[in-house]
Design a binder for this molecule. Structure first.
Ligand SMILES: [Zn+2]
Length: 249
């Protein structure tokens, strides 16, 4: 598949995202289409084993001064490792939360300086948004502490293009996407609804994205506390993201 075809595919996939957003056909639930996953095998989308592979829980838009730690407590109670894709401009308000993520044995990745899109940006703009080492000029930078691990990047809104893949290659970074989005940030949610959507839609091998820094981040600890035992009853296991190809240190 050549570059033009891949870029066309990205646009098509995002167009179908947009349509499902407009229709809210499944109340925000979306699965990554497998043709997109197959076209970009250097990015991580989930576990190669879609029948019995573990589920990976990931969290975006934090650190959140209130919502992240209760989520960590639930994960740790159930022996689950999470991966938190942080926003650079949110770290100064909650540096102790980032310390808490790392001391709990979880992984951090970078979701950008400001949550502005990385889609079709100039190399300069993309350079600023994607390099967490620039944070060292402004703050005590937690990414300095994890330099021995590959940098994990996740584009805001899940929108990527070929320039991002080239940028990731330059940084020696690895792009981690997801297979399941449940629209946990959408209004009119409660913990029951979120846990129900998670239970109904998660499949073995999924990387699931939730939003500890989103408007419903306060509901997630409760939702996870409800759904994790039910997932376990269904025989689901939970993965350490470090075990995935390209992600491991
Ligand atoms: Zn985000």
């Amino acid at each position: 598949m050549n570059s033009a075809m891949r870029n066309g595919l990205i646009k098509f996939a995002k167009f179908s995202d947009l349509l499902s957003d407009l229709g809210r056909v499944n109340h925000g639930v979306r699965r990554t289409i497998s043709v997109l996953e197959n076209a970009f095998p250097t990015m991580t989308w989930g576990d190669p084993d879609r029948k019995t592979g573990p589920v990976y829980l990931t969290f975006d838009d934090g650190p959140d001064p209130e919502n992240t730690v209760p989520i960590l407590e639930v994960l740790e109670k159930h022996g689950i490792q999470g991966c938190f894709f942080l926003l650079g401009d949110r770290i100064p308000a909650a540096p102790e939360v980032v310390d808490r993520i790392l001391s709990g044995g979880h992984r951090i990745g970078y979701h950008g300086m400001t949550h502005k899109t990385w889609w079709f940006q100039s190399p300069t703009r993309l350079g600023i948004e994607t390099d967490p080492m620039l944070l060292s000029k402004m703050m005590d930078n937690p990414f300095e502490d994890v330099r021995t691990q590959p940098l994990l990047l996740r584009p805001p809104f899940g929108r990527f293009d070929l320039t991002l893949l080239e940028r990731a290659r330059q940084l020696g970074a690895h792009v981690v996407m997801y297979r399941l989005v449940i629209g946990d940030w959408i209004e009119d949610q409660d913990a029951d609804r979120i846990s129900g959507k998670l239970l109904l839609n998660t499949r073995p091998g999924d990387i699931v994205v939730l939003h500890d820094g989103g408007s419903n981040g306060h509901l997630l600890a409760d939702a996870l506390e409800r759904v994790i035992p039910l997932w376990k009853m269904k025989g689901y296991t939970f993965g350490d993201i470090n075990q995935l190809e390209g992600v491991a240190a």
